[in-house]
Design a protein around this ligand. Sequence first.
Ligand code: RRO
Length: 582
Amino acid sequence: MTDSRASGGYRVFSLLDREGPEPEPGHFYMLATQSHWEEAGGRPFLPRALSVADAQSEPRSRFEPHGEPKLDRGGVRLDFLIEGVGPGTDRLCELEPGENVWLNGPLGNGFSPPRELSAGAAGAILVGGGIGIAPLALWRRRLAARNVPARVLLGFRDEEHSGGLDDLFACCEVALASDDGHIGHHGHVTDLLSAMLDGDDAQTGVVYACGPPPMLDAVQALCTSCEVACELAMESPMACGFGACYGCAVPKGDGTYLRLCVDGPVIQHPPAGGVVGGTTPEDALATAGGGGSPAATGPAGRDATDFCGIQLEHPVINASGTFDAIAAKRVYGDELLEHFPFSAFVSKTITLEPRAGNAPQRIWETPAGMINSIGLPNRGLEGFMAEDLPLLGELPVPLIVSVMASGRDDFGRMVSALDQRDEVTAFELNVSCPNVHSGLIVGEQPSETVALLETLRPLTAKPLIVKLTPNVADPAAVAVAAEEGGADAVSLINTVKASGGTVTGGLSGPAIRPIAIAQVKAVAAAVGLPIVGMGGVCSGADAAEMLAAGATLVAVGTESFRDPGAGARIAAELSETSERSR
Ligand code: RRO
């Protein structure tokens, strides 16, 4: 951090990102203090998403004009507007110049320039509300640099919830509104927009808006009625920022959801090309600029591990549903494939039919963890085989497909169909999701688990890994049933049933690691199968503890949300730990 100053009721702070690249207006960053808040566990636990309010490349100059030597800084200066509204933003507000910040970005899709501007057109209108004025500040400057005329309308709730004007909109004409009348028009900023659109003789190219959801709804309604295109920069609770956590769902209007981090945060209305920021497989193959690589140094061949006859470069894989390799490839480009963070990739669980997933809110931060209620969004078996599987087959590591069904026949259909595909190395049978309410959870009943395995075993020679739930009195009894039924391995733990804030679902993160260690030990004592141990693994030391408890492989889940390169880092740390003890 290079600077932090009060600005009305908010703060503006500046960071120097030495690596860049320079963000586009509308892009956001995931931010945490150095070493992820420096407190192992506790709150804040997850990084916070902030839109960039200004960005300027800093020259690599060695001398000030008057000859004083200065540091060879270089990089991109990033300005953010922030309001302390909870433990994460409060901590960021307290940062002092000189402190280091953990940064992942630039992320997301930015604003797009007005498509057609006829001669004499009025250009763009920028509508900002509260802290949402931030991305519009950078966009206004870029539009001005391109000689695109832009009128700016900004609104604030009250004096306490306002700021950034002098810092971000100095030397530019803005029309203001406030709900309490302390500044500008006494009322909503959308009153100003309505009057402007009504009185527009010239054609408005496009309206760009960022602010609270009711403001964005009103902007969209006004634009629709005036047949003006608009782009809305939206907000949603988000754990990762790169498509892994599925937390930042916003309804698309057709019963399905967008992930705001990779399909937004800027959403176009009407949608460009008929898809509202939709993620297509073609998009996924394109190499994006991205915010640095998630990779760390890959471990050497001495860490090679045999798992059910599959040779893996090291013992660290991902937990299902915590890393979307297709979305991550879109964000990080080919570097992701060159330094893939895991030695095998486990897909998000798929079902026979497509599922939209649960309605937001889907995630809730807890002390040293988070609760998810994602609800298994996926394309369904057919969509997965047609669209995702060819892309996942390009990954440089073996693919384990996670499947779930409401009955044995449907499980059988999925396993039989996927067995035919060379891209699939093994199956994980998810019999333990806490977030779908289809009656019986197979993995809660040893007898059901044996019966499922007896149905599936004859259908494939590929390894079958049973994902166990921690939400039973005796997980080892279910593991024994899986072994009896012919499973090749078990993986545990899935998330722990929990409730916090507005979310009831599954708890993950370091908060559950002691539970995971205890259950891995109990299962290891009861079965001879290899075990994939997971639950709150954040470091090489945690992974070593999991291996010592009886696991053959370790899966990293929630930690990848906080750090996309966590898998590779943990594998490297683990390798160092084992090297020392050799
Ligand atoms: O998608 C989910 O809500 C989800 C699944 Br399928 C799972 O197995 N575990 C979890 O915590 N969430």
